[in-house]
Design a protein around this ligand. Sequence first.
Ligand SMILES: [Fe+2]
Length: 396
Amino acid sequence: MALPETPDFESYPVHQRLVSAAVERGGVRLHWADGGHCLYHPLTLREHAPDPETTHPVTREQSLMLIDIPAGLEAASADVDGEGALQVRWSTGEDSRFHPGWLRAHAPDLMGVPEEDRDPLPARVTWAGGFANQIPRLHGPDVVAGGPAREAWAEALQVWGVAILEGLDATPEVVETVPALLGPIRETNFGKFFDVISKPDADSNAYTSMALPLHVDLATRESMPGLQFLHCMSNEADGGDSILSDGFYLAECLRAEEPELFEALTTVQVTAASKAKSTDYRWTTPIIGTDETGAVSEIRWNPWLRAPMKASFDDVDKVYRGLRFLFELSERPESRVVTRLGAGDMLSFDNRRVLHGRTGYDPSTGERRLRGCYVDREHLTSSLRIAERRKRAALV
Ligand SMILES: [Fe+2]
């Protein structure tokens, strides 16, 4: 008898043998050969059983709804069969069988072994000093062709949050096709694509020639655009260098040196509000976002769209002190990268992590024209997981 299917399209190489299964509190206690153990809730197992009545055989989404499972369902018996799979008999008399690799990958509150990383994304690495010389630079035409260069681009965006594609054509269509290799372009009220040029009636500081302090784009939105692309078509003016800083590095420095201020920036509600004449976007949330593990997951850093804060005096004071810490840190040479885009270069970066800005420029000395767009980060992480899935499938 082969191992059972799994309720998804993943592959699960069995790294650890399932050695025992026992009913406990109506659920199932599992032990693996390396000492790892966990207690599965009966409903977690029941609703993810891979049989075709529970899991749709084509979509592999759940077809048995929770409401159709008896409320008091319990495991009546649990055993590891000769193939190493888990065999459960339910209190209803039904049987389910589970793949041991799937059980380990989804083990709830796994104990007895070091914590395991459940999400196969490449780990982020914050920038250290001297990162200017290490910014991943890839040959744009190779990335367009696909294969390893495309994968390297995606991985660089996940790990470092930034990559520069070089050697692309300096034409307006490029930004309409290359970012779309990662996922659908996200349209905003500035359009699907935006031209960063100096305009006489600018509706954003970006469309002037003034220096732009480090910032993220669209902190006024419920979900900030994940990836930003700036394709350089000309950069002939005096000035106009690009400035980048790893916002996650800044946030981790704050956490280490001023934990009370880090706490304030991760909990106090702050509103970012657009100040355009014909739109009124605003969003209220802490400036630093953290994920379920406590890791920094986004930084909403826009120095010129912050609305007056409504929190208590003490909280407002801490937020301002935390922001000043971050601002001063970001001004230090070791915290920032200054680079100059040339015609045909495309700067790509994680807009929810990497702060970007520019030095001022003199439009009378030459043309400076960037063309940009956004793609949400979830398309990048999806494609990275699929790449990892292919690698795991080769191991089974
Ligand atoms: Fe910007």
